[in-house]
Write a protein that binds this ligand. Sequence first.
Ligand SMILES: NC(=O)c1ccc[n+]([C@@H]2O[C@H](COP(=O)([O-])OP(=O)(O)OC[C@H]3O[C@@H](n4cnc5c(N)ncnc54)[C@H](OP(=O)(O)O)[C@@H]3O)[C@@H](O)[C@H]2O)c1
Length: 307
Amino acid sequence: MSADKNTATPSQGSTTLVVGSGFVGRALAAHLAAKGEAAVLASRCRPNSQAGPWVRLDATDAVACERVIDEIQPDRLVFVHGPSDVSWCQSNPKRAAEAHTAAAINLTAAARGRRTVLISTDNVFDGNSPANDETATTAPANAYGQAKLAAEQIVRESTDATVLRVSLVYGWEPADSAKWLNFFAACAHRLQRGGVVEAPHDQWTTPVLVDDVAAVSAAALTPGTPELLHLGGPDRVTRAEWAEAIADGLGAPRSRIIRTPKALGRYASRPTYTCLTSTLLDGFCRQHTLQVRGVAEGIRDLLKVAP
Ligand SMILES: NC(=O)c1ccc[n+]([C@@H]2O[C@H](COP(=O)([O-])OP(=O)(O)OC[C@H]3O[C@@H](n4cnc5c(N)ncnc54)[C@H](OP(=O)(O)O)[C@@H]3O)[C@@H](O)[C@H]2O)c1
């Protein structure tokens, strides 16, 4: 066996291959495991030891995709791999496009019609509108959005798939994580250390809790799910408002949030609006008895389990 698995693939029930073992992929695998379903993560480097079953895979390698899917024999697949760093993609647009395109082609070919969910992004829009539902016209804001849109098109043409476009995802990540932390985690860790947070007052998002992303992604594996579904949180907030809500939750003074124009800070390359709305999500959530939490509820629930 050429793949480097650390746990045997569970043999009962349906198995989901989750390609990408980062922030979102790990949360999805944990969600499926908590429901008693088998999930195998796949990526180039082994994630931390608590991540559960994992197989080594470079999704840009067609032969490796065939081999891993033959070996795992998943019933369903979720594509939730990188490159996901917006700034890196902007500096390396060709590599970003090639990676997402090759992965989409290789994985859908190897999947041979199996049910698939691709996790995509609000960056497929130009960032000038506060509301983008499933009927909105795409016009990628940046190289990352272009690469993801290309992957969407390949997946939608190739297989029985749902493209789940997700807004900014948040949740706890370790303060010493090697990658750029999501906004909530970066902000909360900084405030907990007594620091100040600079946050734009002119960049809006519809943040969505990582556990809610996992639950909706898992439900989207159900056959009959719409081909395209948008998942944004119910609240549209600026990063500054969001940071203030995190400070409130932590009991830190709001004076530690410095409101800045987007153009002056680390979010300069982000669109003004990274927001998603949906004509389908409410009905989908009712059907699957799911609830997507707003910012206040999300912060409250995260602070209850603060590391
Ligand atoms: N986080 C968000 O706010 C958000 C919002 C909307 C959509 N999304 C989408 O969700 C996906 C994952 O986001 P994330 O935040 O979980 O990213 P992440 O933490 O950076 O994880 C990305 C994962 O993809 C793997 N990967 C990268 N290149 C790969 C390749 N060639 N073959 C196999 N695996 C590969 C990485 O592991 P290795 O480097 O070890 O291979 C890593 O496990 C991205 O596609 C992103 O577009 C994320």
